[in-house]
Design a protein around this ligand. Structure first.
Ligand SMILES: [Zn+2]
Length: 258
């Protein structure tokens, strides 16, 4: 079993006995289905104090979550992504029925909301970075485009809780996640690089491979020039004349042999 700690988070392990939901302490990254982005309903210091407090029968001490995103500084991670924490039920709720899916398969992230009840630019950045990392590490999450109710949730979408909704600027975060997908221009650039390095073997008249050879990009360039030349030649013979494919191929070969 591996324990995954995100490299850009400060590692501050929480109490070990708050890891494990209904006797299930661990899952694999392949079993993770998404994230719950919570609102702290207070300051970072208060939330962290609650998380670090020893586990008792007081529901206040029972909550645990993987990562906090404070107003200031990088995120803080308390449990590896494989840990099952108790963040997705009612506050302090350890009942198996009400919070089963959330706690077993989702990653819990608390965002410091006091005093402004608005996430600042750093928090939006870090929350997006966490989601990008989760997408890159957890194949079930990455299998679907980022979307609310599919692989991203707020607490209230999972259970009736006082944890408020509306803090997370979902359109901004979703846009940041979709930027990760390759654009057509990026694909074209990558494809061109591949074409430059992809070698076609050269053959002699008997069809035997020789030491020569050309890249796909050189082939494309020769084909382009040959086609232009032959079309111009055909047009000069008689306007609108058909283009001779064999002549184009012969011209490509002649150009590549130069
Ligand atoms: Zn919550």
């Amino acid at each position: 079993m591996t324990d995954t700690w995100l490299p850009f988070c400060i590692k501050r392990p929480g109490p070990l006995n708050k890891r494990g939901y209904d006797g299930i302490p661990t899952r694999t990254l392949a079993e993770v289905e998404g994230e719950v982005k919570h609102s702290m309903e207070g300051y970072m210091a208060g939330a962290e104090g609650r998380l670090m407090a020893p586990l008792t029968s007081d529901p206040y001490t029972q909550a645990s979550w993987h990562i906090s995103v404070p107003k200031l500084g990088p995120p803080v991670q308390y449990y590896p992504l494989e840990a099952t924490c108790w963040h997705a039920g009612l506050p302090g709720d350890r009942r198996f029925d009400t919070s089963l899916v959330g706690n077993l398969t989702l990653i819990g992230e608390e965002h410091e909301d006091a005093p402004t009840n608005v996430l600042n630019a750093d928090q939006i950045h870090w929350s997006s970075e966490i989601s990008k990392a989760v997408r890159s590490l957890c194949p079930r999450v990455a299998a679907k485009p980022p979307a609310l109710g599919v692989n991203l949730w707020e607490h209230r979408m999972l259970s009736a809780t006082s944890c408020p909704s509306g803090l997370i600027p979902w359109p901004t975060i979703l846009a940041a996640l979709k930027e990760e997908e390759m654009t057509q221009a990026e694909f074209n650039k990558m494809f061109l690089e591949a074409a430059k390095s992809l070698k076609y073997p050269a053959r002699d008249d008997a069809g035997k491979e020789t030491s020569g050879g050309h890249t796909a990009a050189q082939w494309a360039e020769a084909a382009h020039l040959a086609r232009k030349e032959i079309i111009a030649h055909a047009a000069s013979l008689h306007a609108g004349g058909a283009v001779d494919i064999e002549a184009i191929v012969a011209e490509i070969q002649r150009r590549l042999a130069d």
